[in-house]
Design a protein around this ligand. Structure first.
Ligand SMILES: NCc1[nH]cc(CCC(=O)O)c1CC(=O)O
Length: 333
């Protein structure tokens, strides 16, 4: 049986993420897995992200490698994937996701509240910049890109007072010691799908060992949370640079109404890039309990449909509250 070839970008974060998935596939019964390195426009170019144009600069080259048959599996940071489905490809697994939150990495162990007026804080994300300005209008937000090490280096060198990053990336790279504050959703609503991976294959992939391993790698809770979050973006028709956050979590226990099944909670925000206006909305929906006997579950709406409907409905609530006037939702840099 030929080895499963798993494509990865060259960055340390991408290689770490791919390595975890490769190890998991082997543990779940894939006989042999080899890694194929793929260079993407986002890695090769040193131009600001703003000039690279459109969604998916980190994604297209990896998908091309999958479509060309240079690899059989592609591992993406899910939040980097455009919401539109890719024809002829399929997301076959969403592994258990990491922490979804954003963090501050500041010099001197500082939190956001400790930073002096005018402190320079780096981020390349309009969503993070908008929420930073909403919390601390006095800060100077500095545009930033590059890999995680480069960004942290701007703080170590003293060039910046702090940077904002995804906790998940730092966790995967073993760099959590750099974190000086983890932001709750009242301070910063995370990006849709932050902390999650998308494991993609060709839609006609037929290797039974690979398909079985991917099915076992898939984590229902993570998949549904991400589905709800991305449904918000899709319904808003949000561009990749729109200052929109969306975060979902599943409470497996009792619902506040006294029900017994799992409940999907969702919170989303659209924030003006100057931080002066914001719309926040929350909603939740009971999920059909995972059926002990799947054939008995036919009365329940499909759990994916519940997640998608919750996300779309929350987007409509944001729009009703004026989200389209608060920020340019189509912004694609
Ligand atoms: N846009 C780059 C990117 N894509 C995924 C992550 C972090 C890991 C994740 O969110 O899964 C990062 C870096 C960051 O936002 O700090």
């Amino acid at each position: 049986m030929p080895a499963v070839r798993i494509g990865t970008r060259a960055s340390a974060l991408a290689r770490t993420q791919t390595g975890h998935v490769a190890d998991a596939l082997v543990a779940l019964g894939c006989p042999a897995v080899e890694t194929v390195h793929v260079r993407t426009e986002g890695d090769v170019s040193t131009a600001p992200l703003s000039s690279l144009g459109g969604t998916g600069v980190f994604v297209t080259a990896l998908r091309d490698a999958l479509l060309d048959g240079r690899c059989d599996v592609a591992v993406h940071s899910f939040k980097d994937l455009p919401t539109a489905a890719a024809p002829v490809l399929r997301i076959a697994a969403v592994p258990v996701r990491e922490d979804t939150r954003d963090v501050l990495c500041a010099s001197g162990g500082r939190t956001l509240a400790d930073l002096p007026a005018g402190a320079r804080v780096g981020t390349g994300s309009p969503r993070r910049a908008a929420q930073l300005r909403a919390a601390r209008p006095d800060l100077e937000v500095v545009d930033l890109r590059g890999n995680v090490d480069t960004r942290l280096g701007r703080v170590t060198s003293g060039d910046l007072d702090a940077v904002v990053l995804a906790r998940a990336g730092l966790a995967r790279l073993g760099r959590l010691e750099a974190v000086t504050q983890t932001f709750g959703p009242d301070l910063m609503v995370p990006a849709a799908a932050q902390g999650a991976l998308a494991v993609e294959v060709r839609a006609d992939e037929a290797d039974p060992a690979l398909l079985a391993a991917l099915a076992a790698l898939d984590h229902r809770t993570s998949r549904l949370e991400v589905l709800a979050e991305r449904a918000v973006l899709a319904q808003l028709e949000a561009g990749c640079a729109a200052p929109v956050g969306a975060t979902a979590w599943i409470d497996e226990g009792r619902s506040p109404e006294g029900g017994t099944g799992p409940v999907l909670h969702l919170r989303a925000a659209v924030v003006a890039v100057d931080g002066r206006r914001a719309v926040h909305r929350e909603a939740s929906a009971p999920l059909p309990a995972p059926a002990a006997d799947p054939s008995a579950a036919t009365d329940h709406p499909d759990d994916a449909a519940v997640a998608a409907t919750l996300g779309a409905g929350l987007a409509e609530a944001l729009l009703d509250a004026g989200a389209a006037d608060v920020a340019d939702l189509r912004a694609a840099r």
